[in-house]
Design a protein around this ligand. Structure first.
Ligand code: KG4
Ligand code: ZN
Length: 332
């Protein structure tokens, strides 16, 4: 059975995992850097790169040790090669190259977005191509038609902020700390979503793209006006965001109405939001589609998804030369 070592270091999670061709995660370790970045209210690239460099090697050793394996027993090494913060990407990719060189095993350079896009197939053996993926996190905000390994149609992206970024910035306005998405969801539960009039950017527009900057600014104005309770602002923000997501995803579903989809999938850190999941589940049901939300540990940045993308590429006989470059930008 194929076993691939996955390495992830493109943002603020340092991670390693061993994944098999029959969808077992033999071992995995994730070191989050939230504490290091919290004082700055966002990810600081230089701090992230240093932390990856300090943590990655011991983390890979621990992952191999947990599985009782040596590098010789691994079939391939899959490392994120972009897109992301270039310092961190380079740490992971160079480490992957060194291990590949030392062990003589093939290196597979993985697009981090492909890792997210294929991760639902690691969790669900029955999920066949094609499916529609809503990828929403602090750094990503896209709707993708996933047709196969390396076969994607990007139907929508954000023209300004990512959805998680809008949650985080709105949470910051309300004094909820970083990352503020989960805290904002908790506060929204006690507020009235109809109290504060907020815009629904791009709702109804022809292309299924996203925009959240105007919504975030409106939250700031609502807060500064002093006329509204924070809980009502949080609830109204979340309701507006959900209305946008549903409208945009509905538009994307329409754009691929001729494609025999096998599911509507949500991934990325924002998939943790219960209200968003519930709304998407309803949309999927309206379209007669299974709704798939992988377990949260696969939705947020992790190395198992990178290992799994490696498994899928390895099965197709693909690998990359050792001089493959790290790429800060790398659209699917
Ligand atoms: O995937 P992830 O761990 O990291 C990347 O951004 O790549 O996603 C983190 C993002 C943050 O913006 C965080 O605020 C958001 O996901 N998030 C949430 C919730 N949980 C996490 N946003 C809204 N509601 C939540 N419950
Ligand atoms: Zn990510």
């Amino acid at each position: 059975m194929t076993t691939v070592l996955g390495i992830e270091s493109s943002c603020d999670e340092t991670a390693a995992a061993l994944v098999t061709g029959d969808r077992r995660i033999l071992a995995q370790h994730i070191a989050s850097q939230d504490e290091a970045h919290r004082p700055f209210g966002g990810v600081v690239p230089e701090i992230a790169a240093r932390a990856h460099a300090e943590r990655l090697a011991p983390l890979i050793e621990a992952t191999l040790a947990d599985a009782g394996m040596t590098l010789d027993e691994v079939d391939a090494i899959a490392a994120t090669a972009g897109p992301g913060l270039i310092g961190g990407v380079m740490v992971g990719l160079v480490t992957g190259k060194a291990l590949a060189m030392a062990s003589g095993k093939p290196l597979i350079a993985i697009n981090h977005l492909e890792g997210h896009a294929l991760s639902p197939r690691l969790a669900d053996p029955d999920l066949a191509y094609p499916y529609l993926l809503l990828l929403v996190s602090g750094g990503h905000c896209q709707i993708l038609l996933v047709e196969g390994v390396g076969q994607f149609r990007r139907l929508a992206t954000t023209i300004d902020d990512a959805l998680g970024e809008a949650f985080d910035k709105s949470a910051k306005v309300l004094g909820l700390g970083y990352p503020g998405g989960p805290a904002l969801e908790r506060l929204a539960a006690s507020g009235d979503p109809r109290k504060v009039p907020l815009p629904r950017p791009l709702k109804g527009s022809a292309e299924p793209h996203f925009s959240f900057a105007g919504l975030k600014s409106a939250v700031l104005r609502a807060h500064q006006s002093g006329e509204h309770a924070d809980a009502d602002i949080a609830a109204s923000f979340q309701a507006a965001a959900i209305e946008c997501i549903i409208d945009r995803t509905r538009k994307a579903l329409k754009a691929v109405s001729g494609v025999p989809l096998n599911g509507l999938v949500v991934a990325g850190g924002v998939a943790a939001n219960t209200a968003i999941r519930t709304a998407l589940e309803g949309l999927a049901a309206q379209h007669g589609l299974p709704f798939i939300a992988p377990p949260m540990k696969l939705c947020t940045d992790n190395a198992a998804m990178i290992g799994w993308a490696g498994v899928e590429r390895f099965a197709l006989g693909q690998s990359d030369p050792l001089d493959v470059s790290a790429r800060p930008r790398w659209p699917l």
